[in-house]
Design a protein around this ligand. Structure first.
Ligand code: ADP
Ligand code: MG
Length: 252
């Protein structure tokens, strides 16, 4: 059967199968199955505490899963023999806030990982950093320290930093949640541009309009379970589960 979604027939960049995660006996993720096709955006929606951040942290191996398996580009990254640092180098992550090191210029923030971890030379790292900064509208901010940037600019710089290592997939955890409302748009528009460039992304968000607009796949989480998933049109337009309907009524 063919699927109209972009990349739906291609091998997934990220795949989770039967993932279970507990914290001190409490089940936080239960039988989570997820496939993220290349060049697609997956939005994780759901109430606070439903497990969105934990799912992203498991995908980046920041949390150890109790059961199940996770693959990145066909490699099982939850295999205990895997080099976890090498895996993390292929995944870009941006969190809600406090992403940048305050004592370093924007440029140094961005070139740190490429230089130290990926052993890219300074000139090459800076050239790519400036190219990305230009692309995200921050070309003039390279030499500034983070506290001289607006919240929206800081989050865009954090996205540049995540992109600087040329990740296979970008995980974005409520990256606009800490921003003043007037700064949200500029960050979301960057995500939209990255999607147009073909970046594969998984994002947890409370911005339902944005999720509806940008996501190829939407997963509704409730109590650690992906209760419903489908295209944005399916989940927002015709939610199958009463819990999803209730959540969307409350939030939209
Ligand atoms: P969301 O991002 O959807 O708000 P989280 O993934 O942050 O949800 O949290 C899911 C559940 O896991 C919550 O009940 C939360 O309290 C719990 N949790 C998250 N991290 C930890 C932790 N490090 N230790 C114990 N419980 C945690
Ligand atoms: Mg969260």
């Amino acid at each position: 059967m063919s699927d109209a979604r972009p990349g739906a027939d291609a091998a997934p960049v990220l795949r989770m199968e039967s993932v279970r995660k507990t914290f001190g006996g409490t089940v936080v993720l239960r039988d989570v199955n997820l496939a993220v096709a290349p060049h697609t955006v997956t939005a994780l929606i759901g109430a606070s505490g439903s497990g969105k951040s934990t799912l992203l942290r498991c995908a980046n191996l920041l949390e150890e899963i109790d059961d199940g398996a996770i693959w990145l580009d066909g490699q099982e990254i939850t295999d205990p023999r895997v080099d976890q640092d090498a895996v993390r180098r292929r995944i870009g992550v941006v969190f809600q806030a406090y992403n940048l090191f305050p004592h370093m210029s924007v440029l140094d923030n961005i070139t740190l990982a490429p230089r130290r971890v990926h052993k890219v030379g300074r000139a090459e790292a800076e050239e790519y950093a400036r190219e990305l900064l230009d692309r995200l509208g921050l070309g003039a901010k390279a030499a500034e320290f983070p506290d001289r940037l607006s919240g929206g600019q800081q989050q865009r710089a954090a996205i540049v930093r995540a992109l600087a290592v040329r990740p296979r997939v970008l995980l974005l955890d409520e990256i606009t949640a800490a921003l003043d409302p007037e700064l949200v748009g500029e960050v979301l528009s960057v995500v939209r541009d990255l999607k147009d460039d073909g970046m594969t992304m998984v994002l947890a968000t409370h911005e339902m309009g944005f999720a509806r607009d940008v996501a190829d796949q939407v997963c509704f989480l409730r109590d650690g379970v992906i209760l419903e998933h489908g295209t944005a049109q399916e989940v927002f337009g015709a939610p199958q589960q009463e819990h999803t309907r209730r959540f969307l009524r409350r939030i939209v």
